[in-house]
Design a binder for this molecule. Structure first.
Ligand SMILES: Cc1cc2nc3c(=O)[nH]c(=O)nc-3n(C[C@H](O)[C@H](O)[C@H](O)COP(=O)(O)O)c2cc1C
Length: 245
């Protein structure tokens, strides 16, 4: 039977720690991931919630260097094309960023969503057709957090055309490419998101994102104060992981 109580403090801390210390990783060491560890991370992904319990995901583990080279070439073309969307100084800064580790990482994992699995009628998808995609994103987040707990880095690459990846990986038409992930032991887990550290964008204050009852209405005083407290903690030292409470 599942215990309905809260986790003991050290388990709870572990969950928040994984969340706080998860990073998008783009620089990897070449060391292989032991199969049992990889299996655990995939198990975590497979235990995400899914709309109507449809479990729409598949995980294509790509270690073939030739295939990864093809994908890398495509990503690099798209990375350069995307540069035109940024003006002046921001364009040069964008081009200086490392935004993928497709070839450095020992494996890539393409996470897909089978839009027909158990269909056509799926509980919850009649009104929210894309809920299968959201479910697949939840699986990816599980994978990302479990990987962090295992000391393994994950980097999500979206600078690509899903149809090109589908063609390279022989994915059928009714299956959608959702996440292309680089996975391996990282050179480092940085304290803060790289895009925050280089001043690309700031982390928003949580207290400004939470509303009460209606759009833009401030939460009650106690919740607002608790949220601001956490915002203050988040501004401080990032090297110690999650806020200590
Ligand atoms: C859907 C999605 C797509 C992303 N695509 C890329 C990408 O193509 N290249 C990249 O360097 N980072 C990518 N990222 C990582 C984000 O830049 C990163 O999550 C964000 O800057 C916050 O940093 P953190 O993940 O280290 O907390 C992506 C993240 C998500 C969730």
């Amino acid at each position: 039977m599942v215990d309905i109580g809260a986790f003991p403090p050290e388990w709870r801390e572990g969950v928040y720690e994984a969340i706080a210390c998860r990073r998008d990783v783009r620089s990897f060491r070449p060391d292989p991931i032991p199969p049992a560890v990889l299996a655990r991370i995939l198990w975590a992904a497979h235990h995400a919630g899914s709309v109507g319990f449809s479990q729409p995901w598949n995980f294509i583990v790509v270690d073939d260097l030739e295939i990864r080279r093809k994908i890398h070439d495509h990503v690099d073309t798209e990375r350069l094309r995307a540069a035109d969307g940024f003006e002046g100084n921001r364009k040069a800064r964008y081009l200086s960023l490392k935004l993928e580790g497709i070839l450095d990482a020992p494996i890539n994992i393409c996470v897909t969503c089978d839009r027909k699995r158990f269909g056509p009628a799926i509980i919850g998808r009649n009104t929210m057709y894309n809920a299968d995609i959201y479910s697949t994103c939840a699986a990816i987040q599980n994978l990302w957090l479990a990987a962090r707990a295992e000391g393994i880095g994950v980097g999500w690459v979206s600078i690509l055309k899903p149809e090109v990846i589908a063609q390279i990986l022989a994915i059928p038409d009714h299956v959608m490419v959702i996440g292309y992930m680089c996975v391996g032991y990282p050179v480092e887990f940085t304290d803060r998101p790289m895009l925050e550290a280089v001043g690309w964008l700031p982390r928003l204050a949580l207290s400004e994102l939470v509303f009460s009852n209606r759009w833009n209405e401030t939460p009650n005083v106690q919740l607002a104060s608790a949220l601001r407290d956490l915002d203050e903690v988040a501004k401080g030292d990032h090297s110690k992981g999650s806020p200590r409470w």
